[in-house]
Write a protein that binds this ligand. Structure first.
Ligand SMILES: NC(=O)C1=CN([C@@H]2O[C@H](COP(=O)(O)OP(=O)(O)OC[C@H]3O[C@@H](n4cnc5c(N)ncnc54)[C@H](OP(=O)(O)O)[C@@H]3O)[C@@H](O)[C@H]2O)C=CC1
Ligand SMILES: N[C@@H](CC=O)C(=O)O
Length: 365
């Protein structure tokens, strides 16, 4: 049996609990040897040697993390998990750097890590290297983070396969943000009628944005993804040395809360409308694009113009598109599809859990 403990049952973590609970209750799939044994958010926690019942998972907010649950204490949470015996995975569904910095400690205690949180892989290179070293041995604890780039799309697994089979990465280029894809697909298209701030509002309500949408609009979410791709491809990319275009209006960069930012964004609709009409007048649309250049080992994150017949201009909804140009794929290998939202992200995490089950031969006893 593979024990699973979820840190941060918010939008994505909540969807993961739903998918796992549905799986446990399904006669078709219920034999998957996964047991949820721990939940922790910033206030409460619960760890159990016996798996939580599927019926409790259906109402976890009151039945598991309700009044009877203990106060959140991450050190105690990890202690209890490390003592469980069976292979145990900590699934970090926060966006916290503090939590990400705990991975080396968890790995050193034999706990596996699965996460959609980009921080550990895109911050200090030394943290990334430490994690890689601890997770590098064939039968030791492992780290999977497919959902950090492209949410549920098979982006990192594809890149890993290219690298491990000895292909040479020449360029990785794409639209890596579901939020910015949705924004520009809907705002920057011939005949579009929604204002920029209305599009941001829909992206937020649809669960595409980071908890604070400025983390998408300032380019940092894409910069983190470009850094992760570059590092997995073998380049020493650092987020602080990337060339990143921040499109948050200057005056809104320091406002205190995401709510205040959202309420003041309409003041800048004319500015974005102007950028858009200039692009349309030149027969192009605006798209926010990230790139890793294999020749220089450098990355960039920019608002660019693309002609209407370019594949990036034809993107729909919150789709991501990632084009890998390599020695073997001079005509690029393309991964495309829904690239944000809680359901697809939870799917990416779930598929990583299945990989750990397979790798460590967890059985259903
Ligand atoms: N939305 C998407 O499409 C995608 C999201 N991701 C990533 O998924 C992650 C989760 O996103 P999302 O679900 O939207 O975030 P939410 O803000 O909805 O949820 C975050 C959760 O983390 C908990 N949390 C925060 N800090 C701590 C802490 N120090 N200790 C314990 N718990 C903590 C929060 O607890 P509390 O409620 O108590 O504050 C909350 O339960 C992020 O890293 C995001 O970048 C990745 C790919 C796609
Ligand atoms: N905010 C991100 C969520 C996934 O990483 C995005 O819009 O892509």
């Amino acid at each position: 049996m593979l024990n699973v403990a979820i840190v941060g049952p918010g939008l994505v973590g909540g969807a993961l609990i739903e998918q796992l609970a549905a799986h446990l209750q399904s006669p078709r799939f219920g034999s998957l040897p996964i047991a949820i044994v721990g939940l922790i958010n910033s206030k409460k926690m619960a760890v159990s040697a016996a798996p939580f019942a599927a019926s409790d998972l259906g109402d976890w907010k009151s039945r598991i993390l309700g009044d009877a649950a203990g106060s959140a204490d991450m050190a105690q949470f990890a202690d209890s998990l490390a003592k469980l015996g069976a292979p145990t995975v900590v699934v970090d569904c926060t966006s916290s750097s503090t939590v990400a910095e705990l991975y080396p400690e968890w790995l050193a205690r034999g706990l596996h890590v699965v996460t959609p949180n980009k921080k550990a892989f895109s911050s200090d290179l030394s943290l990334f290297r430490k994690i890689q070293a601890l997770a590098g041995s064939p039968r030791g604890p492992s780290v999977y983070h497919e959902a950090t780039v492209g949410a549920g799309l098979p982006v990192l697994s594809t890149l890993n396969d290219l690298v491990r089979t000895g292909d040479r990465i020449e360029k990785i280029e794409g639209i890596f943000s579901g939020t910015l894809s949705y924004l520009f697909n809907n705002f920057s298209a011939p005949g579009a009628t929604q204002t920029f701030s209305e599009c941001v509002g829909v992206a937020k309500a649809s669960g595409y944005t980071e908890p604070d949408p400025r983390d998408d609009l300032n380019g940092m979410d894409v910069a983190r993804k470009v850094t992760i791709l570059g590092r997995v491809a073998g380049f020493e990319l650092g987020i602080d040395t990337l060339d990143v275009e921040n499109i948050v209006p200057e005056a809104l960069r320091s406002v205190a809360s995401a709510d205040e930012f959202m309420s003041r964004l309409p003041e800048y609709d004319d500015h974005f409308a102007q950028l858009n009409s200039e692009a349309l007048a030149s027969g192009s649309v605006l798209r926010y694009v990230g790139c890793v250049d294999g020749a220089s080992g450098q990355g960039s994150v920019k608002l660019m113009r693309y002609p209407l017949d370019h594949p990036f201009a034809a993107l729909k909804g919150s789709d991501n598109i990632i084009a890998f140009t390599t020695a073997r794929f001079p005509s690029p290998l393309i991964v495309q599809g829904s690239g944000a939202g809680s359901a697809v992200t939870a799917f990416g995490i779930f598929s990583d859990l299945i990989k750990i089950c397979e790798r460590f031969g967890a059985d259903s006893k």
